[in-house]
Design a binder for this molecule. Sequence first.
Ligand SMILES: Cc1cc2nc3c(=O)[nH]c(=O)nc-3n(C[C@H](O)[C@H](O)[C@H](O)COP(=O)(O)O)c2cc1C
Length: 219
Amino acid sequence: MNVDEALKKRISVRAFLPDPLPEQLVREIIDVARFAPSGGNLQPWKVIAVAGKERDAVIAMAQANMPGEDDDRPVYPANLWEPYRSRRFKVGEDMYSLLGIGRDNKPARFAHLAQNFQFFGAPVGLFFVIDKNLGHGQWAHLGMFMQSVALAAIERGVSSCMQEAWGRLRKPLHAHFGLPDNEMVYAGMALGFADPNKPVNTLRSDRASVDEIAVFKGF
Ligand SMILES: Cc1cc2nc3c(=O)[nH]c(=O)nc-3n(C[C@H](O)[C@H](O)[C@H](O)COP(=O)(O)O)c2cc1C
């Protein structure tokens, strides 16, 4: 698989098969992803991988701490504006339509969202940890690492879903993993084999065209 193919093939999978992922495969994925670039080569990332009983324990901890809360670094700014508001709305509606969940069916929508906290059935959960004293630059670099994990995974037939949802459980996650004061979990990632029979995995999210996002000068 070349880089172009991996970029296009990586999608957010939200229904996984229960088949386990061997530790060696997860290690291999992280071993490749650690070559992601970072300003000053700070490599401002750590990752906690959970499987088996440890995965179950995180899921139980999440259930005990529902619905969680936003801290001073919420997933989205309040009152999202255009064009972001419409893009977020569209991908949500497209997803719920594939799930057969109508706009007014709040309990079913909530139940789907809650599946984040079971890694959508994936056998492995990753948690991306950053030193909270680092700045916005380093958060961007952590994102490069996360994308590198997802690309290294898809090359090996392993699907993923990045999960900011776990940000609502930062405090209990911090305690659960016994992190030092200066560290915090940014986001999670579900990792495993996609269930090919689940319609939600056929979701292909839109992208703005090159002309909408790029300006070319001096060519
Ligand atoms: C950092 C990050 C966090 C995300 N968090 C969640 C999440 O908590 N739950 C979820 O279902 N999708 C989550 N997503 C998936 C996005 O909704 C998805 O990437 C976007 O709609 C584009 O779709 P695609 O990944 O299939 O290309 C997240 C994506 C990123 C990059």
